[in-house]
Design a protein around this ligand. Structure first.
Ligand code: GUN
Length: 295
């Protein structure tokens, strides 16, 4: 089985992005991302730190707003409105999940669509669904880039996606069904009947369900390509931290069945961050009246 390294592919993409940042700097443009982190969720803190570090690596500016767990909705909305108004900020991202007192949808919709580099705002989601996306949803676009840059065509393929979240499953199903991909898409969820047999129809199987060991060999067709979007922390006393990150897929068990698969960590995760950088660069380009930078 071939291992599809998101770490390697994202490095290649980041090199392309770094060059583009250099070209923009010659025009006096420095793409700038504002990241909002509310509360002390340890996973979110790690993701936000990685996003910030990648900005530095590629030459983007980043500013961080760290807010306490008890931050109220109005305060959060106030900070977003302030960032919306600043012309030097090109992209705004509010890390989710948010603490319970915050209304996630209201927060997402408070970010002006022009700066919505997550592609979470219904306006940008709508453009995507209409087949005329402006920003690309980060994780789904990362999945497409892994396939494209590994030489796997999506045209005419049966793509089965486990999970219908607004962050991964649904936007990926839309992207895959567009003319650019031409896949035949099935979206599975908690009410899907005969899930394993539906998954066994997949030429490309994507799991975005967030349950460790969910995808076992009986879900995988011989020769399938398996993309694991799961990021699950499981306890492991033998590990220095007492826990480790695993995907949704029984990676070892599918080795003799799948044609190729993404590992966790080092698969989809690093791609998501690279795509966020891509969207931030394009936000800066659009705001300067320039065309999209294509990958
Ligand atoms: N939480 C998990 N993934 C993401 C993401 O891509 N963007 C934001 N804002 N929050 C997340």
């Amino acid at each position: 089985m071939k291992i599809l390294s998101g770490t390697e592919i994202s490095k290649e993409i980041k090199e392309e992005l770094k060059k583009e940042v250099g070209r923009l700097k010659q025009k006096g443009i420095v793409p700038t991302l504002a990241v909002i982190l509310v509360g002390d969720d340890p996973a979110s803190a790690v993701y936000v730190r990685n996003k910030k570090r990648t900005c530095e690596e590629l030459g983007l500016n980043s500013i961080e707003r760290k807010l306490p767990e008890e931050t109220g909705q109005e305060e959060l909305l106030g900070i977003i409105r302030e960032l919306n108004k600043k012309p030097e900020i090109n992209g705004i991202l509010c890390q989710v999940p948010l603490p319970v007192q915050c209304n996630e949808q209201e927060v997402i919709q408070a970010i002006v669509p022009e700066k919505d580099v997550d592609c979470f705002h219904p306006y940008n989601f709508g453009l995507l669904a209409a087949g005329i996306p402006k920003f690309m949803p980060c994780t789904p676009f990362g999945v497409l880039q892994i396939l494209k840059r590994s030489g796997y065509e999506t045209r005419g393929k049966n793509v089965v996606i486990i999970g219908r979240s607004n962050i991964v499953g649904r936007p990926l199903s839309i992207l895959m069904s567009l003319k650019e991909c031409n896949a035949t898409v099935t979206v599975c969820h908690s009410q899907t009947k005969n899930l394993a047999s539906v998954c066994r129809m997949a030429d490309i199987l994507v799991s975005a369900i967030g349950i460790p060991h969910f995808v076992t060999p009986q879900y995988v067709k011989e020769g399938a390509i398996v993309i694991d979007v799961g990021m699950n922390r499981v306890s492991d006393p033998s590990h220095p931290k007492g826990s480790r990150l695993v995907g949704d897929v029984e990676f070892e068990a599918i080795q003799g069945i799948a044609e190729a698969a993404t590992p966790v960590p080092g698969g989809v995760g690093p791609m998501t961050i690279a795509m966020l950088m891509y969207n931030t660069i394009n936000a800066a380009r659009f705001q300067a009246g320039l065309e999209r930078f294509e990958l």
